[in-house]
Design a protein around this ligand. Structure first.
Ligand SMILES: *[C@@H]1O[C@H](CO)[C@@H](O)[C@H](O)[C@H]1NC(C)=O
Ligand SMILES: *[C@@H]1O[C@H](CO)[C@@H](O)[C@H](O)[C@H]1NC(C)=O
Length: 398
């Protein structure tokens, strides 16, 4: 064997070693997924390096942004709703009737993501085309520069701006056909603002439906069966999720460490665990092989300094049944190989028990982030399937 082919062989082996992640058998296109994952990891490490060098950690992420460009069917405009930057997508064709609208909240662990990213821009265009709807895709300020409740408040401010008769009629939107939707951290914010609307006396308009795509819904128990089973799955590892959660509230590493040990909820707040008790809230098949342990309580000073993680606006699962009862028709999408799977499943149980109509879609071979990977940059067959089903659900229910 020549020296060149030996070098090639060793490089390939090294690359495979760096990229390889064990994946369940039924996940389609596994190598492509591993490469995507490696890309995200590389990007995160490079961001951290650039940050250390003083370049600001959003430098790389700005590369994903695309300008607001109209195409043959859709006009696109970047504007401000209550000082919050949003991207508005409207069908080009004139309509004689009022249109439906989707208010969309992007994901990214409250620390990253942007409505102007190609992934979200293309998803919004798909919604406009499929539904002939107006899509408002909102931004919000991010951690670690801004902590909870800034993210929640920005989204709520933009939403309140939009949900006014005058603004809706400007955009030709039918006030009885509005959806709030979001993925991952955006699903968290979607669930939180939809709850908040229920007791806001200033807003008369009722949301017709909400769609929560693999949402994060609670920061109390970091030892659910899905944390145990999917802690190392792409695109989101348990460690990363815990970092996102803790950074949502503070840059103090003490909270992260306590959350990793699942000892961050003080004994004074133990009554809240009933809202996230997977032993009662998960269907049998997801509990199989797991033993429920009652929580170990943590330091009270954490909650004094960073009360956010026990706030219902951060952990929508903490709402009581009387609040949940008022929620509109809800769509919840969960993925089998997702660390956040059980957050979605527990909300499903809680909503059903409160009498809310819920449509659940569980993707048996799905992983976190799947909805976003059906675009010109990252193209997974399973993602097209999931995106088409999501659009179909909106088409039929909004
Ligand atoms: C515009 O709409 C037509 C008809 O639905 C479709 O075939 C075409 O692909 C759309 N164009 C873009 C850029 O999405
Ligand atoms: C959770 O539910 C189980 C019953 O399934 C019960 O034994 C346990 O005490 C509950 N724990 C909490 C903290 O509510």
């Amino acid at each position: 064997m020549g020296r060149k082919s030996l070098v090639l062989l060793v490089s390939c082996a090294l690359l495979a070693y760096l990229v390889y992640t064990p994946l369940p058998e039924n996940v389609e296109q596994p190598w492509k997924l591993m490469m995507t994952c490696a890309f995200f990891r590389f990007q995160m490490q490079l961001s951290a390096l650039l940050e250390t060098l003083g370049f600001g950690h959003h430098l790389l992420l700005n590369l994903f942004k695309v300008p607001p460009t109209a195409d043959e069917n859709v006009t696109v405009m970047d504007t401000l709703f209550n000082k919050v930057p949003v991207r508005v997508f409207e069908p080009k064709q004139k309509s004689s009737t009022m249109r439906r609208a989707v208010f969309y909240i992007h994901g990214g662990g409250w620390t990253t993501g942007d409505a102007t990213w190609l992934l979200y821009d293309e998803l919004a265009r798909k919604m406009v085309n499929k539904l002939d709807a107006v899509v408002v895709s909102t931004n919000y300020r991010l951690s670690p520069q801004y902590h909870f409740p800034t993210q929640f408040e920005d989204v709520y401010d933009a939403l309140r701006w939009f949900l006014r008769k005058k603004v809706l009629s400007e955009y030709g939107v039918d006030p009885t056909r509005i959806c709030i939707a979001g993925d991952s951290a955006g699903g968290n914010l979607a669930a939180a603002v939809t709850q908040k609307l229920l007791d806001d006396p200033d807003i008369k308009i009722k949301i017709k439906i909400q769609s929560l795509i693999y949402p994060a819904l609670q920061a109390l128990d970091m030892d659910l069966p899905s944390h145990r089973e999917n802690g190392d799955m792409p695109i989101l590892k348990k460690y990363e999720m815990v970092v996102f959660w803790s950074m949502y509230f503070t840059s103090d590493e003490a909270l992260k460490e306590a959350m990793l040990a699942n000892q961050h909820v003080p004994v004074e707040s133990s009554h809240l665990f009933k809202f996230v008790n997977w032993s009662t809230l998960l269907p049998e098949r997801f509990k199989k092989g797991h033993l429920y342990a009652n929580p170990v309580h943590g330091r009270s000073d954490l909650i004094k300094n960073y009360p956010g993680f026990l706030d219902v606006r951060a952990s929508p699962l903490l709402a009581d049944d009387s609040k949940l009862q008022g929620l509109p028709l809800t769509h919840i999408l969960t993925c089998q190989y997702d660390v956040l799977r059980d957050d979605g499943l527990m909300y499903l149980s809680r909503l059903r028990a409160a009498g809310v109509q819920v449509v659940h879609e569980h993707v048996e071979d799905g992983f976190h982030g799947i909805l976003l990977f059906s675009n010109s940059l990252m193209n997974f067959r399973a993602s097209h399937r999931v995106a088409n089903k999501y659009l179909k659900w909106l088409e039929e229910n909004l």
